[in-house]
Design a protein around this ligand. Structure first.
Ligand SMILES: Nc1ncnc2c1ncn2[C@@H]1O[C@H](COP(=O)(O)OP(=O)(O)O)[C@@H](O)[C@H]1O
Ligand SMILES: [Mg+2]
Length: 414
């Protein structure tokens, strides 16, 4: 088979790394490659959904897998399906589960799935008035896609007004902030399930715990994720069962509402004293979760995806390694704010054999590997214990260097 993978971060490198191990695959193309991906896939420079469609048609691509959310929300799957091409992911309508917070809240409430109480607003004055209907802290969310920056937790009314000003008056999210959701603040700890969804089943992958804050001890700004471990030691068996039950209910509701699709559903939960509540959905693989989940998957990923697309997937199709997997993300100094790129990366040739380095933001120029993003490399290993995985990863990171390199030293410390 010929496979096309859209997206060029660490998540897509992990996908391509796993796809390359499939006996079903002859050739992989990547839009648009990076310093690591280019060693196992051919990079193709396509800049919009129509170019991607043309490429897939002209090159007899058998299956397209989409990493990031934007092409899904823009209707890439609809375009492929109209042209009878195989693609893994939701169409534009179902992608609203990620693309619109209001759409998701309405879906959850309509189907009696536990979630925080909310109201939505389309103008500044009614949102301002609405603030009085909530206790503090409260949560303000821009409706649309904001690259993980669209959520404000406000401890008092002053902070809430500042957030409303940013969204409605300064328009920092442009049109994505034309609508907002205000919701009650939920106390608890977060957990997520990444699931394969088909039109008749939902199958959770092994759980992972990601590290979102830039600073050690979980302080400072939110990032895309700077570390991850799998399995998630914080998730006990009962909670896992509860999450699986909610996931089943979500799948049934998607089916009932003609929103079912063949792809990935990432369910973000807050585990509260009253039980688990859904915070949000994503309709694609998580990053960096993918970097620790796929190394633990023994089964052939392409086979698993094809079964999901044929509505034949079940839990028995997934075999897992017992080991722990840990990844620490090496970042450019300054990330998630301003950072510099084009710094030479050295030391990757000195790493232990069984270390896996997924490239998030790198490029190869005249044989020299350079940084090319805020997140640069995900240094990953499997080991029998979390402690051992931590030790191996940090020993190996000490051999890597680039100007301004920053990473959290507490990934895997619970
Ligand atoms: N109702 C809520 N109560 C408490 N924290 C919340 C709530 N909603 C969101 N959060 C926090 O904000 C983060 C981002 O919110 P989320 O809905 O996942 O949006 P996105 O990932 O699109 O930025 C969550 O991971 C969680 O930490
Ligand atoms: Mg989120």
């Amino acid at each position: 088979m010929k496979i096309l993978v859209i997206g060029n971060g660490g998540r897509e490198h992990a996908l391509i790394w796993k796809i390359a191990q499939s006996k079903l695959v002859d050739k992989i193309f990547s839009v648009t490659g990076n310093g690591g991906i280019n060693k196992i896939a051919e990079s193709v420079n396509l800049t919009n959904n129509f170019e991607i469609l043309d490429f897939a048609k002209n090159n007899n691509i058998d299956l397209t897998i989409v990493g990031p959310e934007n092409p899904l929300c823009e209707g890439l799957v609809d375009l492929f399906e109209e042209n009878k091409l195989k693609i893994f992911g939701p169409n534009k309508k179902s992608a609203q589960l990620e693309g619109s917070k209001e759409f998701t809240k309405e879906f959850l409430i309509r189907n009696n799935i536990p979630t925080a109480k909310y109201f939505s607003y389309t103008d500044y004055n009614s949102a301002l008035k609405g603030l009085d209907d909530f206790k503090y802290p409260l949560v303000i969310k821009a409706d649309g896609l904001c690259k993980g920056k669209g959520v404000f937790i406000c401890k008092d009314k002053d902070e809430a007004i500042i957030s409303l000003n940013k969204i409605f008056l300064d328009k920092i999210f442009g049109e994505e902030g034309n609508k907002i959701v205000i919701e009650e603040f939920l106390q608890g700890f977060e957990a997520s399930l990444i699931c394969l969804v088909s039109k008749n089943n939902i199958v959770p992958l092994e759980p992972a715990k990601d590290y979102k804050k830039i600073g050690e001890g979980d302080i400072g700004e939110n990032t895309g994720g700077v570390g991850c471990i799998s399995p998630n030691p914080l998730l006990d068996e009962n909670t896992e069962k509860e999450l699986n039950t909610i996931a089943k209910k979500i799948q049934k509701s998607l089916e009932k509402e003609d929103l079912a699709y063949n792809g990935i559903l990432f369910i973000g939960f807050m585990i509260t004293e009253e039980g688990a509540k859904v915070l949000e959905f994503n309709v694609r693989f998580g990053d960096p979760e993918t970097e620790v989940i796929l190394p633990r998957l023994k089964s052939d990923l392409v086979d698993v995806i094809l079964k999901t697309m044929n509505n034949e997937i079940s839990e028995d199709d997934l075999q897992w390694r017992e080991e722990y997997c840990l990844t620490t993300v090496l970042c450019s100094g300054g990330y998630p704010d301003k950072y510099e790129t084009n710094k030479e990366i050295v030391g990757l040739d000195k790493l232990d054999k069984d270390i896996i380095v997924f490239h998030n933001g790198t490029k190869l120029e005249k044989e020299v590997l350079l940084t090319n993003g805020g997140r640069v490399l995900s240094v990953t290993t499997l080991a029998d214990s979390l402690e051992e995985a931590r030790n191996i990863v940090y020993e190996n990171i000490a051999r890597i260097d680039f100007d301004g390199m920053y990473y959290r030293k507490d990934i895997g410390k619970i």
